[in-house]
Write a protein that binds this ligand. Structure first.
Ligand code: B12
Ligand code: SF4
Ligand code: SF4
Length: 242
């Protein structure tokens, strides 16, 4: 079934697909400080043991052209990729359900934020544990092939699928390009490791505030859109500039 799922997703346009073991990685929702994007009420995400990570890469030029500020092409690409990822996740979940198992597609509307800019099972956690890449100092998920110029989704399932081994080591070395370029001063420069909580090396509130200011100024939209940390990363540039 694993090969069939992979084939289905790649044939329908996914840039990469991976399978992760998620037991012990689901966040427990506790009362705490609420961010502006936090939802009220209960969030019911089933803690299935396997996650399927689905990546879609941006076109090279879209990312190359956000070196100064976000563009309308990036804004349109953001929605286009999100819609396509939702379609792929739903299709994948439908296929698994037809084989007699449970599956939960983490579409934009079904993976809600709670508390302090958090989701119960972030797409990046699924992607890292599926062995598709690692987390950089930028707090972004990075792949060898596309750098961080990818958007992600995931499907949670109880189907007994074989899973990949994960890359739990960052590959930033002494690079500090994203820290130096970030207009919101949100990136501390501390290297990622799985035991480090995001808030110990990345300031989500500072990023959101600055990205919204920049999007309002450059494209006149109310949205958290910046992406400078994506564009400057040498792993992304290896993809966009070759
Ligand atoms: C909340 C949110 C934000 C918040 C907080 C960002 C953050 N880094 O957490 C704010 C508003 C600041 C934000 C900003 C942006 N966001 Co945003 N955001 C999200 C969202 C909805 C949830 C993220 C979340 O739950 N964070 C909670 C923390 C705990 O998790 P995390 O950082 O995602 O992942 C940590 C764990 O996975 C852990 N981890 C990873 N592997 C393992 C393994 C083990 C064993 C363990 C223990 C832990 C562990 O390490 C990670 C880093 O600390 C996701 C979509 C989603 N549903 O996942 C998009 C998402 C993270 N955003 C995305 C993007 C692109 C952006 C922006 C560039 C905006 C833009 N489009 O221009 C900026 C970039 C900010 C940055 N440098 O990270 C992409 C990232 C793509 C990528 N290549 O990484 C996502 C995945 C959306 C998508 N569908 O593609 N975002
Ligand atoms: S999206 Fe912009 S403000 Fe946010 S971390 Fe990246 S470079 Fe900084
Ligand atoms: S720009 Fe450099 S420090 Fe930042 S994520 Fe990329 S490799 Fe790591």
């Amino acid at each position: 079934m694993k090969d069939k799922i992979e084939q289905l997703l790649l044939e329908n346009g996914a840039s990469a697909v991976g399978f992760a073991r998620l037991e012990g990685l689901y966040a427990s929702i506790e009362d705490g400080p609420q961010s502006v994007d936090s939802v009220e009420g209960s969030i019911e995400v089933p803690a299935y043991p396997i996650g399927i990570s689905i990546l879609l890469a941006f076109e090279k030029d879209i990312i190359k052209n956000i070196s100064n500020y976000p563009t309308m092409d990036y804004y349109d690409g953001y929605y286009r990729l999100n819609n396509k990822l939702d379609e792929l996740a739903i299709e994948c979940a439908e296929y698994i359900k037809k084989q007699g198992y449970n599956a939960y597609p983490q579409t934009v509307t079904s993976s809600k934020e709670y508390s302090n800019f958090r989701t119960v099972m972030p797409h990046k956690t699924v992607a890292v544990n599926a062995g598709l890449g690692w987390i950089g100092k930028s707090a972004l998920f990075i792949t060898e092939k596309y750098g961080s110029a990818v958007r992600l989704t995931s499907v949670l399932t109880d189907a007994p699928l074989e899973y990949n081994s994960s890359i739990l080591q960052s590959k930033c070395g002494s690079c500090m390009r994203c820290k130096d370029a970030c207009p919101g001063k949100a990136i501390s420069g501390r290297g990622w490791s799985p035991e480090l909580d995001r808030d110990e090396y990345f300031n989500a509130a500072a990023c959101r505030k600055k990205a919204r200011e920049i999007a309002a100024k450059s494209i006149d939209k109310v949205i958290t859109l910046c992406g400078k940390c994506i564009e400057v990363c040498p792993y992304t540039r290896k993809y966009t500039r070759t």
